[in-house]
Write a protein that binds this ligand. Structure first.
Ligand code: CUA
Length: 328
């Protein structure tokens, strides 16, 4: 609401979901807690601001120099016990209350134990994409995190290279993703929707293109998605040429396609590539045209990404893309 009135406050826009990235529009308990704390701090600060500025302005005008005053210095008054006590105790009390509320908020946003009944997801930040592993379910995916609504999601945050930061404003506060130092965070979407987020720590030239997509689904839709993700890759005989070409290239050093010999782990798991709506961390829609651009020369979409230009011929690119398009 406030973000709509004052767009400078945040990234929020008038656009509805999923472009809504406003922390003032939470849909998950930690995000509610953070917003409420912000409102409280803003409110207290506003009252102090109005009081102090009000007294200042009043004094400036009420006691300003007048011609009739002559040049005499105004009376100098030192020390008033009641005032000294009041302006020591009042801030102390305010700071103490804010401290207590902050401690309570931190305990809720970052509990020492995962919330009851939480689903664990391992989130690995890479330059510049996100890997999501579902340890309880036995598969990995990339860039589009699917979760069931009303279930606490306990994220185990790890980095494969540099410091990233995992931030989906409507679901939870940002948490740094630090190499060799696993962090945890949790959220619990209360509405089915697509929630967008963003890597919030500068991690290299493509930091701004390290976007986050969380697809919160009704439990039955999530189950359907899980069932599909658990299957090995589709093996369509019509694209045998493309599959063999893919498996003969260096693609297999970085990508996994379950049910084939491709078992690389540096890049995203492609077993169910076509179940994702976007490519390249949400930069472009996942379709034939963008797949062709990406496979032919990744630099046209994301310069300096670790996906190399394989210098394939147009026919080879088409053949590999035909194969990739079957990986539903
Ligand atoms: Cu990853 Cu910024």
């Amino acid at each position: 609401m406030i973000a709509r009135i004052c767009p400078l406050l945040l990234l929020a826009t008038d656009a509805g979901p999923p472009e809504n990235l406003s922390i003032f529009d939470p849909v998950s308990p930690p995000a509610f807690r953070i917003r409420d704390l912000l409102y409280l701090v803003l409110g207290v600060s506003a009252v102090i601001f109005v009081l102090v500025e009000g007294m200042l302005l009043y004094s400036i005008f009420r006691f300003r120099h007048r011609e009739s005053d002559g040049v005499v210095e105004p009376p100098q008054i030192y020390g008033s016990k009641p005032i000294e006590i009041a302006w020591t105790l009042a801030p102390l009390l305010i700071v103490f209350v804010l401290f207590l509320v902050t401690v309570r908020s931190v305990a809720e946003v970052r509990p020492s134990e995962p919330p009851k009944g939480a689903m664990r997801v391992k989130v690995v930040g890479h330059q510049w994409w996100w890997e999501y592993e579902y340890p309880g379910l036995g598969f990995k995916t990339a860039n589009e995190l699917h979760v069931p609504i009303h279930t606490p999601i306990d994220c185990d945050l790890q980095s494969a290279d540099v410091i990233h930061s995992f931030w989906i404003p409507r679901l939870a506060g940002k948490t740094d993703v630090v190499p060799n130092h696993p962090n945890r965070m949790w959220f619990q979407p209360l509405e089915a929707n697509l929630y967008l987020g963003q890597c919030a720590e500068f991690c290299g030239t493509q930091h701004a293109n390290m976007m986050i997509r969380v697809v919160a689904q009704a439990p039955e839709d999530f189950e359907k998605w899980v069932e599909n993700q658990k299957k090995p890759a589709v093996n369509d005989p019509a694209v045998r040429t493309g599959r063999e070409l893919f498996l003969s290239q260096a693609c297999v050093n970085c990508h996994t396609v379950h049910g084939t010999s491709a078992a690389g782990t540096f890049g995203p798991d492609l077993t169910h590539l076509m179940s994702r709506d976007t490519l390249v961390t949400g930069m472009v829609p996942n379709n034939r045209e963008e797949l062709r651009n990406w496979v032919r020369n990744p630099d046209t979409i994301k310069p300096l990404s670790l996906m190399p230009n394989m210098h394939l011929t147009d026919r080879q690119v088409d053949s590999i893309v035909d194969y990739l398009l079957t990986l539903k």
